[in-house]
Ligand binder design. Sequence first.
Ligand SMILES: Cc1cc2nc3c(=O)[nH]c(=O)nc-3n(C[C@H](O)[C@H](O)[C@H](O)COP(=O)(O)O)c2cc1C
Length: 191
Amino acid sequence: MKKVDVKSAEQELISKLIFNTITPRPIAWVTTLNENGTVNLAPFSFYNAITTKPPLIFISIGKRKDGSEKDTARNIRRTGEFAINVVTEKFIEQMIESGKDFPPEESEIEKLKIETSPSQIVSPPFIKDVPAALECKTKEILELGSTPMSVIIGEVVYIHYTEDSLSSQKGIIGRLGGKRYTIIEKEITPI
Ligand SMILES: Cc1cc2nc3c(=O)[nH]c(=O)nc-3n(C[C@H](O)[C@H](O)[C@H](O)COP(=O)(O)O)c2cc1C
């Protein structure tokens, strides 16, 4: 087995190890409102639950190569609101496309022909036909790391879900290392 001391290792290797060892990661497919009122959509896999009472989640958003803020982070900073959509197999291509760079005034929702439903509390809509969507309000934003990354801590204020989503998570997509993904196909319930 190989070993590496983080203090003296190349950053490229550290990043590669983090991406390939902390896996599979859930994907937050996040809808926010752009300044011109259109809907922005992008996937983030540095995402997870923090607490259930109150329900808090985090999403960690890096900067673009030119150092500018990604649209999702900027929109969340401005509006304090976002929705997280659970990604299933049928959305995988649109989800990957939505992770490419779109100009801030252009809506991924319109370009990718994705249908939305109005949210109950927050302004950004959620995606129609996902098994679950979490409406969130920003609780805190931390700037961590040397890049730095914006760690958005959000409070879930409203949840949309299908009855089936409570008994099985089959079909949900997870992020692996590199550009690889996994689809939940097998679930086990140890006795
Ligand atoms: C599956 C997947 C997961 C991603 N996870 C993250 C992430 O956790 N943090 C991040 O900053 N970017 C992540 N990205 C890249 C962003 O989605 C990408 O930079 C996107 O263009 C940001 O869009 P925006 O400018 O509309 O916010 C991910 C991309 C994909 C396809």
